[in-house]
Design a protein around this ligand. Structure first.
Ligand code: HPA
Length: 271
């Protein structure tokens, strides 16, 4: 695996002159941020050796190198989900590559179902902690000590300074922010009412199908992490008459996009 990561990093370094310090996974709610990257070089995943190819509707696959808020960044437009059939090593491969490109901070976004009864569709939540409810851990298997330690501490995964700065930015821009715990599980099914209830009892505020694997790997490599969830639907396990569609998830994420983009653009300037 290490050889593949190095081969891919070398390929990218030969193609782009920029050395990124910040990695961004443009999940739901941040799709448009890719267009704001200046001096951009975009490389399609299909051109990149060893990269899996994204299959899900609404996620096009390319890496975008450039500058944002005066910082050198590399952004993933389209991520790899465990539910698509990829293994954890594939899902997290781009984050490994980012490390070899020099990335020190990772920003991620996702769509999530609200479990906290106070949360409303369209709310934005800072992820302050997570629960790995996937049946796998991306660090399972041989540990490469050059990348990170065998038994990573997970007490402070989401950077406290980034969280404070994001809260300040939101306040200055009159953006309401939630702060809560994200539980990541396999999907692609949404949860049954009983599962939503269970996730709430486990202590989570929002549930989704991504982010946890990438953040584990980023943290393993010593990257500082920051994550935003857009709450696209309310779980209401006691009153489950409303169905949730993928279209609705994408629409609500689109509505939240200008607010999410603003926070991230400003946050990057403080990084
Ligand atoms: N559950 C899991 N993932 C999701 C949801 C949900 O309710 N909404 C958006 N992504």
């Amino acid at each position: 695996m290490l050889e593949k990561i190095k081969e891919t990093s070398k390929f990218l370094q030969e193609k782009v002159s920029i050395q990124p310090e910040i990695g961004i996974i443009l999940g739901s709610g941040l799709g448009g941020l890719g267009n704001k990257i200046e001096n951009a070089t975009a490389i399609s995943y299909s051109e990149i050796p060893n990269f899996p190819v994204s299959t899900v509707e609404g996620h096009s696959g390319k890496l975008i190198f450039g500058t944002l808020g005066g910082k050198n960044v590399v952004a993933m437009q389209g991520r790899f989900h465990f539910y698509e059939g990829y293994g954890m090593k594939e899902v997290t491969f781009p984050v490994r590559v980012m490390h070899f490109l020099g990335v020190k901070s990772l920003i991620v976004s996702n769509a999530a179902g609200g479990l906290n009864p106070e949360y409303k569709a369209g709310d934005i939540m800072i992820i302050c902690d997570h629960i790995n409810y996937f049946p796998e851990n991306p660090l399972r298997g041989k540990n490469f000590d050059d990348l990170g330690t065998r038994f990573p501490d997970m007490s402070k995964v989401y950077d406290e300074k980034y969280i404070r700065n994001a809260e300040k930015i939101a306040e200055e821009n009159n953006i309401k922010l939630r702060k809560g715990i994200y539980i990541g599980s396999t999907g692609p099914t949404l949860e049954t009412p009983a599962e939503y209830k269970m996730f709430r009892i486990l202590g989570a505020d929002a549930t989704g199908m991504s982010t946890v694997p990438e953040v584990i790997v980023a943290h393993h490599q010593g990257m500082k992490c920051f994550g935003l969830s857009v709450i696209t639907n309310e779980s209401k396990p006691e009153n489950p008459e409303e169905e949730t569609t993928h279209e609705e998830v994408q629409n609500v994420a689109g509505v939240a996009e200008p607010r999410m983009t603003k926070i991230i653009e400003e946050l990057i300037k403080t990084m």
